[in-house]
Structure formats: structure tokens, C-alpha cells
Design a protein around this ligand. Structure first.
Ligand code: ADP
Ligand code: MG
Length: 593
């Protein structure tokens, strides 16, 4: 075929793919347009998770009748004129792509009236082509209705998730903007039901309560509202006179340390009220909580960064969800400092005074010394390997032993192990404990790329459902990295030639199917989070189950290995591995004190 320029319909469809990934992306772009239009009330409606219908109505400035068609042309925008403008973007939109993209892949109706014109316009497009245009009487503002999204892009349509999942994404988008713009009223009606509403009171805390619930909101600490006045003074000066301030003003909310989650997804950032994804900044927050949270748990944070538009590049990605800072380091440090400050100021770290050994026994003393002498080095090594980068290197010997040496007492209900330590009794969940041991072992092996894989005598054909096959495809590299020797065998069949050594004893087919079932479909997970999740799933399969009777040796070995882990008190999913009843508590219960 000779080289030729694609016809505009095809080019538009290709470009639309970058902006419109799913119904929630449409909602996002339309809300941004409403905000840029100065709307004070924004109503969102969705049917069937937005597959059937998405409608966004605003009371903003509207579009003059003469410009309505133009708004749907690619690279048509009223928000940007020159290349210099691109360097200081103060609106949410600027690429002039959203309307063109959405219209290219749907049936779209726009009703709009500019405040200064007497009547409005109705414009209807199908696959980007105008099919109807007529004047309409209406109040000022804009309503965009998008029906049958992706009707002409079967590939995309196929990849949409269940209506409930898509509705969930839409809900997330609406609440995201409501939090950023508390002075505007947002509402969301999903399949005829009002599922979210903000008051527009201007108080961010009110929206916080609506989005996170009162229980969580009560456990959030407010950051630096006071410093915002500085930025107002700055904004009052003409732009040309302002020194470029590379350091952001940080405000928002962070959870008290007792409020924690299994992953980083509750750490949220906005830059100049634009929601962004930034793993490096999330890390800054995690670091600020260092030592305050249980291992493997993550804080909840909602942070707003304000900085000179010239100090941040938002033109990085078509969906505008990633930004580049001129001085990344300054931003990182400001976030970390402000979060740490509020934590130290408002939530003093409870000093857990270690009770004096209320249960003295010479044996403890002896075993404790043993740990200090030799075994600790091994454990520290495991910590380093387990979370590279997250655990700052400590001088040897500085870390307190996370779990005392325990003496085995027995098994309970073929599920729990009873042990005693210097400070009382420990009831250990054998499954959770074994999961923790295996998790740290596997993570350590992964870190040194020495995961042991066990070849199967005969390759195992694995027939999957289309959804399962899609997941395996997505996770193929990660699965191989943890010891699965697995290859596509046509259609939805895979051939398994080897499994992680940990899984070699049981039924590998069963284990693998369970693992695939457990894989997350969340596309926003980072590769590293996916990998950790995968390792957790493997450990869950490989670990001793509840109901398994264990020999004394097995239990002793389990307890011994648990003692050596970096985080013995929780399983990789964050649930406790043990319940501790202190000697003091026991004495109290029995009325001995
Ligand atoms: P961008 O937002 O990047 O400018 P869009 O394709 O989203 O590009 O919109 C194109 C133009 O249409 C905008 O620049 C704006 O002038 C106009 N427009 C879109 N939506 C609205 C709205 N809800 N109210 C007023 N004007 C709008
Ligand atoms: Mg836009």
C-alpha cells in the first residue's frame, strides 16, 4: 500500500483511544469542561455504568452559537493561544481534544447557550459527524449527552467491565472533582438513583465527610490551611513580576497513624486542583509515616499542592493525569515535611513502654542472648531484601527484636498454635503465620532473582475462561518471575511446565487456578503492587491450612521461622498472625492482682 494520510474519521478514532478509555474518562473530560466554564453546579447522570448514557449538565458560560461546531474540531480550544501559554496552564483543559474524541466514538448531543445570547443551540453528532443542528430555548449553560459509547469501536466495547465496575469508576471521578472544588455543587445520579451530592459550601471538610464517611473523616488531620494566604498575595501581583516559586503550598488531610490501608491507593494528590498520579510523591507520604504504621500498611492522604503553573508541566499525557515538576526534589521534600509536621504536632507517637518481664524465666534470658549474638543479622538481612528502599538501613543491633523467642505449648483446634513468651501467652494462627514466613522468603528470593522453580514431570495443560486467560496474559511476565514456567498454547489454553518450588507439594493445577482467580483486575495497580499481590496469593496457596494437624517439630519450626521474620505480627494481607495475652492481663482476668 502506498503511504497516505488517514481520513479524518479514522485519525479521530485513533486519537480518541488515548483520551477516552472508558465511560469514566468521558465523565472526567466533561466535568473538566464544566469547571473551566465557571459552572457552580455540575450534574452528572449515568445509565448502565455510562455504557448506555452519560450526561453532564452545567450552568457555566456556554458556547456562542457561532462556535458550537468548532468546539468539536480537533485541537479547537478557547483556553490556549500561543505556545507560551502552554507553559503556564491555569485551566483543566487545554488540548482541545476531548469533545472531538468523545464525539468520534459515540452519539453525542450538545445543548448549549452562551450567557450573553438569547437562545441556545442543539447539536447532534454521530461518530463525529453533525447530523442535526437547531436553535433551542434554554437557560445559559451546557448539557452534553453521550449515548452508546464505543458503538463504532467494538474492540473497546469488548473491554468494558461490568456496569457496576464502570459505575464505580464514574463515582470515583465525580467525588474526585467534588473534593477539589468544594465551592461547586456536584451531583451524580446513577441509573436513576442519586448516589452522590456535594453542597458547594466551599468547606472541603464537608465533602471529605461525604466521600470518606464521617468515621474516616474524623480520623483525618488537616494540613496547613494557613499558608494559603501567601499564595493569594502572590497571585495579586502581575505574573511577570512574580518570582518563580518552585516549592508548592501543601494543604489537605492525612489520616492518623491508626488509620491504615492495605495499599497506596488511598494516597491522593492534586496539583493546582488537578488530580494526578505520582508514585514518587506517594512514597514521600509513606516515608513521612515511617515507623508509625504497621509493616506493609499504608496511610490515607488527600493532598493539594499549589504552585506556580509555570513550575509544573501538565502536558505530559493525553489524559493529563501525570505532571512533571521543574523541581521535583523541592516538591517531594515539601510534601514529606508537611505531612510529618502534622503527624508529629497533632498525633504524638504513643510511647509503648515495654513492660518489665512479668514472667521471668532464665530460659528466656538465655535464648534472647542467642538472638542477639547471631540470628539477628540474618533477620536484618531479610528485612533489607524484603523491602528494598523502604527500610532505611539501620546500624546493626539498633533494631529491637520484633518478636521474643517463644516456647511451644501445643495446638488448638488444628488451627492455632499456643506458645508462651516472656510477656505472656501467644495464640498463633498457623495459616497466617506460615503465609508471613513464606512471603518474606519469596520476596527475599525475588530480590536476589533466585526464586526456585520446580519443573513438572509432565506439562500441565490449563484451559481457562476468556477472562482468566486475559489476566494470565497480563500477568505472564510476573508469573514467570515468581517461578511459573508457563506458555500460551493457543486460544485460552496455557501449558504449565513448572511451578514455584513452594507450590510443588500440593495440587499445582488447583493452586494456579486459585491464584488466577485472585489476581486483581485493577488496572491502576503499579507493576510492583501486582507482583506483591501475586506473591501473597502464592503464599496463601502454599501455606499450611487451618484444620491441618501439625507435629510438635513442625510447630516448633513454624514458630522459630516466624520469630525470624521482619514483621511477625501480621500476615501479608495485614491481618494479625497472633493474639497476645500478657501475663499481666491473665493475672487480672484471674483476679490475681
Ligand atoms: P479543551 O477543554 O481542551 O479546550 P475540549 O474539546 O474539551 O477542549 O473543548 C473544546 C472547547 O469547547 C473548549 O475550549 C471550550 O471553549 C468549549 N467547551 C467545551 N465544553 C464546554 C462547556 N461545558 N461550557 C462552555 N464551553 C465549553
Ligand atoms: Mg476539555
Amino acid at each position: 500500500m502506498p503511504i497516505h494520510i488517514l481520513p479524518p474519521e479514522v485519525a479521530n478514532k485513533i486519537a480518541a483511544g488515548e483520551v477516552v478509555e472508558r465511560p469514566a474518562s468521558v465523565v472526567k473530560e466533561l466535568i473538566e469542561n464544566a469547571i473551566d466554564a465557571g459552572a457552580s453546579e455540575i450534574r452528572v447522570e449515568a445509565r448502565e455504568g455510562g455504557r448506555r448514557l452519560i450526561r453532564v449538565q452545567d450552568d457555566g458560560c456556554g458556547i456562542p452559537a457561532a462556535e458550537v461546531e468548532l468546539a468539536f474540531a480537533r485541537h479547537a480550544t478557547s483556553k490556549l493561544h500561543t505556545a507560551e501559554d502552554l507553559a503556564r496552564i491555569a485551566t483543566l483543559g487545554f488540548r482541545g481534544e476531548a469533545l472531538a474524541s468523545i464525539a468520534a466514538v459515540s452519539r453525542l448531543t450538545m445543548l448549549t447557550r452562551a450567557a450573553e445570547e438569547p437562545t441556545g443551540t442543539l447539536l447532534r453528532l454521530e461518530a463525529g459527524q453533525v447530523v442535526t443542528r437547531e436553535p433551542r430555548g434554554m437557560p445559559p449553560g451546557t448539557t452534553v449527552t453521550v449515548e452508546h459509547l464505543f458503538f463504532n469501536v467494538p474492540a473497546r466495547l469488548k473491554f468494558l467491565r461490568a456496569a457496576a465496575t464502570e459505575a464505580g469508576h464514574i463515582h470515583q471521578i465525580v467525588t474526585r472533582y467534588a473534593l477539589a472544588y468544594p465551592e461547586r455543587r456536584f451531583s451524580l445520579v446513577s441509573d436513576g438513583r442519586l448516589t452522590f451530592q456535594s453542597t458547594g459550601s466551599g468547606k472541603r471538610y464537608d465533602v471529605l465527610v461525604k466521600v470518606y464517611g464521617l468515621e474516616v473523616a474524623k480520623q483525618m488531620l488537616e494540613i496547613g490551611g494557613s499558608r494559603v494566604s501567601g499564595s493569594a498575595a502572590l497571585a495579586a501581583q502581575p505574573a511577570s513580576l512574580q518570582p518563580l516559586n518552585l516549592e508548592p503550598i501543601v494543604s489537605g488531610y492525612v489520616g492518623v497513624p491508626s488509620l491504615h490501608r492495605a495499599n497506596r491507593q488511598q494516597i491522593t494528590f492534586y496539583v493546582n486542583r488537578r488530580w494526578i498520579r505520582d508514585t514518587s510523591l506517594a512514597y514521600a507520604v509513606v516515608q513521612a509515616y515511617h515507623t508509625l504504621l504497621p509493616a506493609g500498611r499504608f496511610p490515607v492522604a488527600l493532598l493539594f499542592l499549589e504552585l506556580d503553573p509555570a513550575a509544573v508541566d501538565v502536558n505530559v499525557h493525553p489524559t493529563k493525569a501525570e505532571v512533571r515538576f521543574s523541581d521535583e526534589r523541592a516538591v517531594f521534600q515539601a510534601v514529606q515535611r508537611e505531612v510529618r509536621r502534622v503527624l508529629v504536632d497533632q498525633a504524638p507517637v504513643p510511647t509503648m513502654a515495654m513492660p518489665p518481664s512479668a514472667w521471668p524465666s532464665p530460659e528466656w534470658v538465655r535464648r534472647q542472648t542467642l538472638v542477639e549474638a547471631g540470628e539477628r543479622t540474618a533477620r536484618q538481612l531479610a528485612i533489607e531484601l524484603h523491602r528494598p528502599g523502604e527500610t532505611p538501613a539501620r546500624p546493626p543491633g539498633a533494631e529491637p527484636s520484633p518478636l521474643p523467642m517463644l516456647r511451644l505449648v501445643g495446638q488448638l483446634g488444628a488451627t492455632y498454635i499456643i506458645a508462651e513468651g516472656p510477656e505472656g501467652m501467644y495464640l498463633i494462627d498457623q495459616h497466617a503465620a506460615h503465609e508471613r514466613i513464606l512471603y518474606e522468603k519469596l520476596m527475599a528470593e525475588k530480590a536476589t532473582a533466585s526464586v526456585s522453580s520446580q519443573g513438572l514431570l509432565e506439562p500441565l495443560p490449563l484451559e481457562l475462561t476468556p477472562l482468566q486467560a486475559a489476566l494470565v496474559e497480563e500477568y505472564l511476565e510476573l508469573l514467570r518471575g515468581v517461578g511459573f514456567q508457563i506458555e500460551p498454547f493457543g486460544g485460552e489454553t496455557y501449558l504449565v511446565r513448572g511451578v514455584p518450588a513452594l507450590l510443588a507439594v500440593g495440587d499445582p493445577r488447583q493452586a494456579l487456578v486459585e491464584i488466577i482467580e485472585g489476581l486483581s483486575q485493577d488496572e491502576e495497580l503499579l507493576a510492583q503492587e501486582r507482583e506483591e499481590e501475586l506473591v501473597r496469593l502464592i503464599c496463601k496457596q502454599a501455606a499450611i491450612k487451618a484444620g491441618q494437624t501439625l507435629s510438635v517439630q513442625e510447630m516448633q519450626e513454624l514458630v522459630r521461622q516466624l520469630e525470624r521474620t521482619a514483621s511477625p505480627r501480621t500476615c501479608p494481607h495485614g491481618r494479625p498472625t497472633m493474639i497476645h495475652l500478657s501475663a499481666e492481663q491473665l493475672a487480672r482476668e484471674f483476679g490475681r492482682t
